[in-house]
Design a protein around this ligand. Structure first.
Ligand code: SAH
Ligand code: SF4
Ligand code: F3S
Length: 484
């Protein structure tokens, strides 16, 4: 798989002008960048190193794999050590704490760069789509060499060459794009599983959320491109794919030949050798009966549905622009449970949205108790500049938010423990993912329903699907034993 990209890079003729067509243009710049990196590493007498950190969601993680693919092809050695020749942060701005982490780490990078002046620093991702952020970096973080956004990430090779050819900060941010560039190199984090973008952007404009502003309008990839990508991943050893989109349930609406997400899933299911299919995220307002049917009939789609609730109060949901009521959400969850009884449902919840009162938190808690989530990610509302909610006057005082958050978290933990423990004593298949971080004698695997299980084993099992006896439930995860 890798050689295909190298051949394409080698085929470029640098004595000519760069091609105008994509992705050829980027292969031209990859070749140019390769020469620059080679020359620099000859001067230093060692390979050039690069450290790439991804913040935020699975989309960003997948984008980072694309950046890593190009970095590797142009000759960088990827390292975990931030004291590297090139440091990149792929940023997130969904909540303010994500931004603060980036600023904090930039301060540290500045001190590293002072000791190592040839170090290059690049920033990209969602945070860079905010004009106020760019302003701040231009003023207070002038040691940054390259800044680009979410829409022109495919131009990374070209931007790298620009960075090497100028001494001043290179900034290239686009407001939006309708382009999707296919066939660029990717370097996967895991050999046996992979995320696949099926769509980009979001059109929902939930009133608290900045994603539509930084990721642009919704665009679906062509099904042929998606299927072709999955087929080649499977040929390369991938057994599990995660189809990625901000709202996968609206996949395909704007294609030249429109198709539904459920129809796409039916096609993915047919790919031989592929064993597990996951997807993220499903907006409850667009979840169709057809999707429930496809999940029910499927042998490959995992028994897990992430169905963000955000709030259980219809009044708050309305202000959030979510387009469903508490009752509609509950009815949907009930329908899913009835059709697919063994499914795990997980969710996202925001506490402290403007105007939220303790009685609204009670409504959310009521939904948690009734739906019985296997897990819920709970977030404190974060005010995002430019979103409608940021301009609302009734922002909730911190102490009230904290009280509601703690109360809700306790219910989430208690119900999840009870729900997850229902599998105790069963033997279920787990995809072995990695060596346990705390205890090297244990391996970590994932059940179809997304629950984690740790068990004795060795790393030769990584990437295999093995039956595991679920011995003891510890809250959100299990300790188990391989079943032979
Ligand atoms: N597209 C996905 C969510 C992407 S963002 C969906 O609609 O489900 C992931 C989660 O971050 C959201 O589900 C929401 O719970 C949370 N989130 C988004 N904006 C937020 C904000 N301003 N403050 C707190 N949490 C937020
Ligand atoms: Fe944000 Fe709503 Fe779009 Fe999800 S669906 S990314 S929460 S605007
Ligand atoms: Fe963050 Fe961007 Fe994802 S804002 S959550 S990295 S789409």
């Amino acid at each position: 798989m890798n050689d295909k990209y190298i051949d394409r890079i080698e085929a470029q003729d640098l004595t000519k002008e760069p091609p105008t067509e994509e992705p050829d243009r980027q292969y031209y710049f990859m070749k140019k960048c390769r020469e620059i990196v080679k020359k620099k590493s000859e001067e230093l007498g060692r390979p050039l190193t690069c450290s790439l950190t991804s913040f935020g969601c699975q989309m960003n993680a997948r984008d980072s794999e694309k950046l890593a693919g190009i970095l590797e092809k142009v000759g960088y050695e990827l390292t975990e050590d931030e004291n590297a020749d090139f440091v990149i942060y792929n940023t997130c701005t969904v909540r303010d704490n994500a931004n603060q982490r980036v600023y904090g780490r930039l301060g540290h990078l500045n001190s590293l760069k002072k000791k190592n002046p040839h170090m290059k620093i690049a920033l990209c991702g969602c945070m860079m789509q905010e004009p106020s952020v760019i302003e701040k970096i231009r003023q207070s973080y002038r040691f940054v060499d390259l800044i680009f956004g979410t829409h022109n990430i495919y131009k990374f090779a070209e931007l790298l060459v620009n960075m090497f050819e100028t001494d001043s900060m290179v900034v290239d941010i686009w407001e939006d794009t309708d382009q999707i560039v296919e066939d660029l190199p990717v370097e996967r984090k895991y050999s046996f599983k992979s995320g696949i973008n099926i769509m980009f952007g979001c059109n929902n404009f939930c009133s608290y959320c900045i994603v539509p502003y930084v990721r642009g309008r919704e665009r679906s990839r062509n099904p042929e491109d998606i299927l072709h990508e999955i087929e080649s991943l499977v040929a390369d050893g991938v057994v599990e794919v995660m189809l990625l989109g901000q709202n996968v349930n609206s996949y395909g609406k704007n294609l030249e030949h429109p198709m539904t997400f459920a129809q796409l899933l039916r096609e993915v299911e047919k790919i031989e050798g592929l064993q597990r299919i996951r997807f993220m995220t499903s907006h409850p307002k667009d979840l169709s009966d057809e999707l429930i049917q496809v999940m029910k009939e499927s042998k490959k789609i995992c028994r897990h549905l992430h169905l963000p609730l955000q709030s259980g109060s219809t009044r708050i949901l309305n202000a959030m622009n979510r387009h469903y009521t508490k009752e509609q959400y509950l009815a949907l969850a009930e329908k899913i449970r009835k059709e697919i009884p063994d499914i795990a449902i997980t969710t996202d919840i925001i506490v402290g949205f403007p105007g939220e009162e303790p009685c609204d938190v009670d409504e959310t808690i009521d939904v948690i108790r009734r739906v019985q989530y296997d897990n819920a990610f709970t977030f404190i509302y974060s005010k995002r500049t430019g979103t409608p909610a940021a301009a609302m006057e009734n922002q909730v005082p911190e102490a009230v938010v904290k009280e509601g958050f703690d109360r809700l978290l306790k219910v989430v933990q208690d119900t999840a423990r009870e729900r997850v423990s229902r599998l105790e004593g069963q033997v279920l298949d787990a995809l072995v993912e990695e060596i346990n971080e705390q205890d090297e004698s244990l391996m970590t695997g994932r059940l179809s329903n997304n629950t984690i299980v740790h068990f004795k084993g060795d790393k030769s099992l990584i990437g295999q699907i093995v039956p595991v006896y679920l011995k003891e439930c510890h809250g959100f995860y299990y300790l188990g034993e391989i079943w032979r």
